[in-house]
Design a protein around this ligand. Sequence first.
Ligand SMILES: [Zn+2]
Length: 208
Amino acid sequence: MTATIRAIALGFDNVYVVRDERVILVDGGQPGKFASLVRGLRKASVAPADIGLIIATHGHWDHIGCLAEMKQYTGAPLAMHAADRGSIEAPKPVMPPGVTPWGRFVSALLTATLIPRLKIPATTVDVVVPDDGMSLEPYGVHGRVLHTPGHTPGSVSIVLDSGDAIVGDLAMNRIPLRLSPGLPIWADDMALERRSIETVLVAGAKPI
Ligand SMILES: [Zn+2]
């Protein structure tokens, strides 16, 4: 069976449903979007008990906002790299540093407007993704989670045996962030970021 990936739009970004022998969810959307997620899962005919694992690609506010509710709804464990786990275990949302003029502008704008109003429910990380990655076979998915730092220190990517990949914000692909797919406008370390793109390609991710 080849895994399929379905995106559920949760405002600023997506939660991904990866369906193979079992189902995993990737990322937790922005805060306050849990009802949209539940609607998306019903539309995709995914029952809460089908979900064996939730993976957060990194700890930014728009990827972790509904993780606590998702864990409660599904009963599934949450996987994250240790370097970002503090973002959900003791949430204090901040905007990441911009690495382009547009990135710096949007970061300053959101820091002054949206960020102080965000409330992110805390939850615990159950599965810590090791530095050398982990297999998703125990969760019924043919693929791996890789540590791909750069955007944040604890960013991870999912590379499936099919060559499909979910890379979080290791790349960005649409307006208003970028006009076309490419490097992120926010990152902690661009040298690490470039190395991590190599990592996912070497692991078998197929460029589109
Ligand atoms: Zn991010």
